[in-house]
Design a protein around this ligand. Structure first.
Ligand code: SF4
Length: 352
């Protein structure tokens, strides 16, 4: 039987929460985010935006962080390399302070339910919608003859989110079209088979803007020379900062500068307490502080903040069984929820 909903997405979500409350279930908002098993560690730009966003959300939301290894095989890849990479993002997030007692970390391929739901949802969506998505067009241009998995991966991403009925999805700007696509899938399903899923809301990873040390745009994984990695040791951090560009007006030590033109100052703002930051800005404008001193102060602040993260990271790398245990526990937590959603979907679609 086909049922159409008269509620919009936000009204539907509120109704689902009310239903939960009527049943005595206190619902917290459900957050879902996918972590790429890229094998590269995080840089401080990732830490200050994506990771700190999760650290804030773990206080208020039920959070699922999912290592999306099935997404990683939609483009050419090395099987041997992929195998080791699934632990990397989980290790990085745990090191950075994600609390496994409050956040569920899981590997996508441990839950085949994601793929089954993707197939069911894929049978609803018209092909041209998928072909129009910008990441598909980009990757098609980059890798040539596209595979079915590359075209279908937004459906799998929608499934990852919907199988936990997530309503909050932290993403970078480039992923916004995929969240909008997921909202379309939700609307299509709810209109066709009855009220089942909330429409997820994208939450932009808008933490601090962290410029590249080269002065060219933001820190990014593709700009290796401009990054400071979370794993960089103190000597490496000091070396990278020493080579970083500054305000070009400060050609000599005695030339006054303007901190707002300097990437070092923007990074200072992420690590340095306000009073010290004001001193640095004043010293730059009056040339009473040199760029080397300014960078040394930043290095000290950064090294202090990263030290506990790096200590936890070293411990987790020495004991990968700890991370595997967290991921196994995550799969055990997610499995009944995923199965329950699949049962409901199958029933609504007449496959039970
Ligand atoms: Fe940049 Fe600091 Fe040099 Fe000013 S003193 S130009 S803020 S590095």
């Amino acid at each position: 039987m086909i049922r159409r909903s008269s509620l919009n997405g936000d009204e539907r979500h509120l109704r689902l929460r009310e239903i939960g409350l009527e049943r005595g279930i206190a619902m917290r908002n459900q957050m879902f985010t996918g972590l790429q098993p890229s094998g590269d560690g995080l840089h401080i730009g990732n830490y200050l935006s994506a990771v700190k966003g999760v650290l804030a959300l773990q206080e208020t939301h039920d959070c699922i962080l999912c290592v999306v290894d099935y997404h990683a095989i939609t483009v050419p890849y090395e099987p041997g390399a992929l195998r080791g990479r699934t632990l990397t993002p989980a290790t990085e997030y745990l090191s950075a302070g994600v609390d496994p007692d409050r956040v569920t970390l899981v590997v996508q391929s441990d839950l085949p339910e994601h793929v089954e739901l993707a197939w069911l949802l894929g049978c609803l969506m018209p092909l041209p919608k998928l072909e129009q998505l910008p990441t598909y067009k980009d990757k098609k241009a980059r890798y040539g003859s596209p595979r079915f998995g590359l075209l279908a991966y937004p459906i799998l991403m929608a499934s990852d989110i919907m199988i936990y009925k997530a309503d909050t999805v932290p993403v970078g700007k480039d992923q916004l079209p995929h969240i909008e696509f997921t909202r379309e899938v939700v609307r299509k399903f709810n209109q066709t088979f009855g009220e089942t899923f909330p429409e997820p809301q994208a939450r932009l990873n808008e933490g601090a803007y962290v410029p590249s040390l080269t002065g060219n745009g933001a820190m990014s994984k593709s700009d290796g020379k401009g990054n400071i990695d979370l794993a960089d040791d103190p000597e490496t951090i000091r070396g990278k900062l020493a080579r970083a560009v500054t305000d070009p007006a400060r050609g000599r030590r005695s030339d006054p500068g303007e901190p707002t033109r300097c990437p070092i100052y923007a990074i200072h703002a992420c690590f340095t307490p306000q009073a010290m930051l004001d001193e640095v800005a004043g010293g730059c404008r009056t040339a009473t502080i040199g760029c080397l001193d300014c960078k040394r102060i930043l290095a000290d602040q950064m090294i202090d903040e990263l030290a506990p993260i790096q200590a936890r990271r070293a411990e987790l790398i020495a004991h990968p069984e700890t991370v595997r245990g967290v991921l196994a526990q995550g799969a055990a937590t997610c499995r009944p929820r995923a199965r329950e959603t699949l049962r409901e979907v199958r029933q609504r679609m007449g496959i039970d």
